[in-house]
Design a protein around this ligand. Sequence first.
Ligand SMILES: NC(=O)c1ccc[n+]([C@@H]2O[C@H](COP(=O)([O-])OP(=O)(O)OC[C@H]3O[C@@H](n4cnc5c(N)ncnc54)[C@H](O)[C@@H]3O)[C@@H](O)[C@H]2O)c1
Length: 358
Amino acid sequence: MGLSKDDVIRIVGPALRGIYRCTQVCYRDEPPGAERRSVQVRFGSDASAEEMVTQLQQQVDTDGDDVLVHEVGTFSRLPVDTATGRVAGKVAVVTGAAQGFGLEIAQHLVAEGAYVVLVDINEAGAVEAAAEICGRHGAGRALGLPIDVTDADSIEAAILEVVKAFGGLDLFVSNAGVIKAESVKTQALKDFEFVTAVNYTGYFQCVQAVASILARQHQTDPTYTSDIIQINSKSGLQGSNRNGAYAGSKFGGVGLTQSFAMELIEDGIKVNAICPGNFFDGPLWSNPENGLFVQYLRTAKIPGAKTIEDVKHAYEAKVPMGRGCTTADVMKAIYYLVEQQYETGQALPVTGGQVMLN
Ligand SMILES: NC(=O)c1ccc[n+]([C@@H]2O[C@H](COP(=O)([O-])OP(=O)(O)OC[C@H]3O[C@@H](n4cnc5c(N)ncnc54)[C@H](O)[C@@H]3O)[C@@H](O)[C@H]2O)c1
């Protein structure tokens, strides 16, 4: 049986990005415009992915504009991007980007010249954030899409949309994460499994969906490298009292990162994790209704604390540098990992000295 139309799009888009050595290849389900320089490609009904790539390499004119694939549609090379910055012209996908670290990471990446796809289970939040970014940085710089990182079909659907819009991607930031802190003596199995499904299995499933796209880009341009970065946690390096589900899922993320790094380097994919300290200014901690500061005040987790400020100071005092982690701190680690061509499989702490590597 031949490949489906979506399968062919997932092969041709990334292959063309490598062949053209360009940022954006956009797919549409219609013939090319008359004014465009186009080449027509007809794949055999039983052609394998490898045969399709070989055929593209033989037939595609690297000076041309469009490739019309019979019964699939048109793949158009878009004009060279003029944005500047540390990630200029790269396509980045950030999960859990409707708020918190993910949203701010997406905003920073666009400001440094990237195209960003914000994906989140909170579809409205992702779409709204993308629209706001486009308003500030220009139409087409950001796209907001729904994703549930615990659901393989949802991940596949989102990544297919990314391939249709851009041909592929260069940086995947696995940021979506949840926390349910409770004692092992009382935590319900369903809560443990919920945290594991998002933080651990979700990371695995996302890498599974993007690895073949990133590999295809490398196949047609062996000089090309790409990045997967997991936003892990200091709790992925050191246990967290009454928070075993979270710490276990994050320790597991480090194991996946090391293992994926070993395997995927043959495809030019670097895989690293960043382990931030507590992001006190983000909604997880500071939401006035259900943030961790309010919860810890209500449950008297910090003895003697009478206000939210007391709770916050108690947590800040645990950090040698005396403050929480910010997205700006995390961005320095992201740029380091993207720019560093001689490192993979690392779990990089950004904790103000709170967690130190052995
Ligand atoms: N906040 C911190 O102090 C802190 C510290 C270290 C690491 N981290 C890590 O950083 C990442 C982001 O944390 P945050 O504080 O910004 O969290 P947050 O709760 O503010 O945002 C998380 C986002 O993930 C989305 N999300 C949740 N489940 C999802 C799913 N199944 N599929 C897709 N999206 C989903 C949510 O809708 C939300 O927009 C997490 O992986 C977290 O473990 C956070």
